[in-house]
Design a protein around this ligand. Structure first.
Ligand code: E4P
Length: 222
């Protein structure tokens, strides 16, 4: 399973990239606004230097012609940019045009299996089902992931990867992995939560204390 980090905070991205576990990055207009970055283009350029895998950069317009121009501009930033387009008729037209030209496209704001089928037919590299936002309205977000993974498996010609988005806690990630989703985009806070277990902390404290009782040092050993 690939891990993308869901943030536009460059310091967080650099820190998490140093773990060696990051396969990509997703941003969206809200995350860019939160980052306080003065230049979106410069920010994406910097992120693409830090993480070599796909870096999603979202178009801002909603009409076909402007979205296409924005997507072409974003794609020029670096080879690993995945242009993010909304799941609308115009967004999918842009997806088809860009992916036919060899640009990676992440289709965002997916809330149904029918939308995911359209995105695959439009040649998307990634489809982003937003599971947390579905859970928020008492709809089972993970069921949507299950449905899309199953449907895509039925059609090997579909090359679109299921990128689980709007992840809110570690169980979302574990369930997505059980289902076999290709990618999860995870907020930095949730990535850090993945490491945590009280028994790990307790066990390590006991090992450290017991080792001190031996009075030995591995590095000083002959
Ligand atoms: C990522 O591509 C999405 O934009 C993001 O996961 C949405 O998350 P949210 O629902 O927490 O805003």
């Amino acid at each position: 399973m690939k891990f993308f980090v869901d943030t536009a905070d460059l310091a967080e991205i650099k820190d998490l990239a140093s773990t060696g576990l990051l396969d990509g990055v997703t941003t969206n207009p809200s995350l860019v606004a939160q980052s306080g970055a003065k230049s979106f283009i410069a920010l994406i350029e910097e992120i693409c230097k830090v993480v070599k895998g796909p870096v999603s950069a979202e178009v801002a317009a909603t009409d076909y012609a402007t979205m296409l121009k924005e997507g072409q501009r974003l794609a020029k930033i670096a080879k690993n940019v995945a242009v993010k387009v909304p799941l609308t008729p115009d967004g999918l037209k842009v997806c088809k045009a860009l992916s036919d030209g060899g640009t990676m496209v992440n289709v965002t704001l997916c809330f149904s299996a029918s939308q995911a089928i359209l995105a695959a037919k439009a040649g998307a590299s990634f489809i982003s089902p937003f599971i947390g936002r579905l859970d928020d309205i008492s709809t089972d977000g993970m069921q949507l992931v299950r449905d899309i993974v199953q449907i895509y498996k039925n059609y090997p010609a579909f090359k679109t990867e299921v990128l689980v988005a709007s992840i809110r806690h570690p169980l979302h990630l574990v369930d997505a992995a059980r289902i076999g989703a290709h990618v999860a985009t995870i907020p930095p806070k949730v990535i850090r939560q993945l490491y945590s277990h009280p028994l790990t902390d307790k066990g390590l404290a006991a090992f450290v204390a017991d080792w001190q009782k031996t009075g030995q040092s591995i590095l000083d050993a002959a």
